[in-house]
Design a binder for this molecule. Structure first.
Ligand code: NAD
Ligand code: WQD
Length: 343
């Protein structure tokens, strides 16, 4: 039996391929390479000794989607990563975001139902919580009106899945609301390799520390937090990836029709401020992080971290990798990229 991974050559998808292959699953990757390259497959093979089947195709192409299922009749579950994910860009080209993220999911659900594949894990985001009244956020924390088209696509996708499982009782789904994934595989052979300049904190910090950009800009030190900088829940990408294996295992055993769609927070359960993260990165990697405080970034929420007890209880999963090791792995990956001149 195979697991189909859409977006499988991307950052989180590639790490999840490694975890799935290492756990003995067969893997089929479908990716249009809009934000990744097929060289990632070499890294996955170097780590696991196995190469996933790869289909270069767009999830928005319904025929291509159909063909993937036709030519891989052993697919029994799907992890759907494929999406456009840059919050700022989604404000500039909202229609692309709605089309790519929604049409991909609709095509996938149609094909799954036609081929009687009934297990789906969907990549959602903590962005759905917006600025919550209470921390940490639980899965019951109310979802707030989205502040970006990207965030809105995640909310709409969750709603589409909820309606689909209601109408098709055989269908079972899990949405994982990721907090802030960071770091790279401990081997240093795969990591985040976006096509455009990164927007997230840790890749930007790595570029600043390796002198490839100017100093890291710290967006605000006047928030109502202990050191004035924003607080997030940074989770190592391999820990996050292993949550998908737990979700697949959970779906296999799930037989309560009232719980055919479950949502889980996937974070560490600990908050870390931007300034704390910069200090820890400098200390564990014995390197300077040139940085300067600048004004707040529009749309940033001051504080968010996850209550992860539900995932622990139901999936038997919790994050294991420390922030120190996560930041070591991020630096190892950056140094490998510097050596190979890839980032
Ligand atoms: P990524 O851009 O590295 O990976 C996404 C992959 O999907 C890329 O390889 C891209 O080429 C592919 N893709 C995009 N549109 C496609 C399409 N129409 N057809 C086929 N392939 C397509 O992003 P990531 O960080 O690995 O994120 C994976 C998922 O997790 C996304 O759904 C994202 O929204 C979600 N997520 C990411 C974060 C984060 O901080 N990285 C946080 C929360 C949720
Ligand atoms: C983290 C902290 C910034 C860059 C985004 C999306 C969210 C999810 C994860 C997909 C913030 C600060 C950042 C920099 C900085 N993605 N920062 N200087 O904003 O928590 O979430 O990615 O679902 O939807 O919104 O992540 O890494 O951009 O920022 O000071 O150069 O780092 O202000 O406090 P964020 P991030």
């Amino acid at each position: 039996m195979s697991v189909l991974i859409t977006g499988g050559t991307g950052y989180i998808g590639s790490h999840t391929c490694v975890e799935l292959l290492s756990a003995g699953h067969d893997v089929v990757v479908m990716d249009n390479l809009s934000n990744s390259t097929d060289k990632v497959l070499d890294g996955i093979e170097a780590i696991t000794g196995k190469r996933p089947a790869f289909v270069k195709a767009d999830c928005c192409d319904a025929n291509a989607m159909e063909q993937v299922f036709d030519s891989h009749p052993d697919i029994s579950a799907v992890i759907h990563f494929a999406a456009s994910k840059a919050v700022g860009e989604s404000q500039e080209i909202p229609l692309h975001y709605y089309r790519n993220n929604l049409v991909s999911l609709l095509n996938l659900l149609d094909a799954m139902l036609r081929h009687q594949v009934h297990q789906l894990v969907f990549s959602s985001s903590c962005t759905v919580y917006g600025e919550a009244e209470k921390q940490p956020v639980t899965e019951q924390t109310p979802v707030q009106a989205a502040t970006s088209p990207y965030g809105n696509t995640k909310q709409i996708c969750e709603e589409i899945i909820a309606d689909a499982v209601k109408a098709h009782p055989a269908l079972k789904a899990v949405a994982l609301r990721y907090f802030n994934p960071i770091g790279a595989h401990q081997s240093g052979l795969i990591g985040e390799l976006p096509m455009n300049p990164p927007q997230n904190l840790v890749p930007r910090l790595c570029l600043a520390a390796s002198g490839k950009t100017g100093p890291l800009q710290v967006f605000g030190d006047d928030y109502d937090t202990p050191d004035g900088s924003c607080i997030r829940d940074y989770i190592h990408v391999s820990d996050l990836s292993r949550a998908h294996i737990a979700a697949i295992d959970y779906l296999k055993t799930q037989s309560n029709p009232k719980q055919n769609f479950e949502i889980f927070n996937i974070g560490t359960g600990k908050g870390c401020s931007v300034l704390e993260l910069i200090r820890t990165f400098g200390a564990v990697n014995k390197t300077e992080v040139p940085h300067k405080i600048v004004g707040r970034r529009a749309g940033d929420i001051p504080v968010i971290w996850a209550d992860t007890r539900y995932a622990q209880q139901k999936l038997g999963w919790s994050a294991q990798i420390s922030i120190e090791d996560s930041l070591r792995s991020a630096w190892l990956w950056q140094m490998n990229c510097n050596k190979n001149n890839t980032k």
